[in-house]
Ligand binder design. Structure first.
Ligand code: SF4
Length: 299
């Protein structure tokens, strides 16, 4: 049985996790997202996904259940388990350490705002207890775009959070959302996102493509009805501009999420020129570069 399907665990669905956590046991210590206001995000809009912190006794029970499977990786769900206080996270990580000695890595999604009430020392303590990696939805480094999609963060607050994590030794996987600025803000979205990521130097970076399967009505609200989604070509051009402006020393880069037309993988900066070349080839329709067909992106 795959570890994510432990039937005795009380999962409230839908349940999301990053693709790289496919082999992790998911421990749902919170439900939904405590913020839940980003206009492009429909992950936690269902009534059953209303934000809730699972009671401590329930979490303790689930950790005991999970221990039967002795996993080696754990992903703390849902959207921002890191919203819990230092004390609650410390208790969860301690229990995992005691009951699941094989666990090599605990990870979670993390909103920059989740770190406001935690010191670097507290984060370093969580790292010591096993919290190895957090996934931060940077989405954009452009304040105008962040404001229009109601992210509730800006360049500075995101950078501060990433710096705090680095200071505590917790690895960061940063996610940038291609197409989030629409046609109007595509250039500044690409350039400022690259600037922010370059300043933060995360261990991992991935790009996803904006998908609005439920329609764009919410996104249009703060774009005054002027939001224009990018064509496949414009998405590639935005990718190119983003890559060209990235100044990274040693970041593992992936654009292999199903939403991407073009899969890129490499280490930045070492592979920057190669990846720029791949995007250029895709734009010219030349070489062996394959774009994902539209049907394959049906998420
Ligand atoms: S913070 Fe993340 S999970 Fe919450 S609404 Fe925004 S994008 Fe969705």
């Amino acid at each position: 049985m795959p570890l994510g399907d432990v039937h005795t665990m009380q999962y409230i669905e839908p349940l999301y996790r990053p693709p790289s956590e496919a082999k992790s046991l998911i421990l749902q210590i919170t439900n939904g997202c405590s913020y839940n206001k980003c206009t492009f995000c429909h992950m936690y809009r269902d009534p059953q996904k209303k934000f809730r912190v699972k009671p401590e006794a329930e979490v303790r029970n689930e950790i005991a259940l999970a221990a039967r499977y002795q996993p080696d990786r754990i992903f703390l769900a849902d959207g921002d388990a890191m919203t819990l206080s230092f004390r609650r996270l410390q208790a969860v990580l301690q229990a995992i350490k005691e009951q699941m000695p094989n666990v090599r890595r605990v990870s979670a999604y993390c909103l920059p705002r989740n770190l406001k009430n935690k010191t670097i020392e507290e984060l370093a303590e969580l790292k010591k207890l096993g919290l190895e990696l957090v996934y931060v939805g940077v989405e954009s480094g452009d304040d105008e775009v962040l404001r229009r999609v109601r992210k509730g963060e800006d360049y500075r607050s995101t950078l501060d959070a990433l710096a705090k994590l680095k200071g505590a030794g917790i690895k960061v996987s940063a996610m940038v959302l291609t197409g989030l600025g629409g046609k109007q803000f595509s250039k500044q979205h690409a350039i400022n996102s690259a600037r922010l990521v370059s300043e933060a130097q995360p261990e991992y970076l991935s790009t996803l493509v904006l998908m609005l399967p439920q329609g764009d009505a919410l996104v249009q609200e703060d774009y005054d009805g002027q939001f224009e989604p990018l064509s496949q070509r414009a998405l590639l051009e935005e990718n190119l501009l983003f890559l060209e402006h990235l100044e990274l020393n040693k970041t593992i880069f992936r654009s292999d999420h199903a939403s991407n037309y073009l899969v890129l993988k490499g280490v930045l900066g070492k592979d920057k020129e190669r990846m720029i070349g791949q995007v250029k080839q895709a734009l010219c329709g030349e070489g062996s570069v394959q774009l994902r067909p539209e049907w394959a992106r049906g998420l």
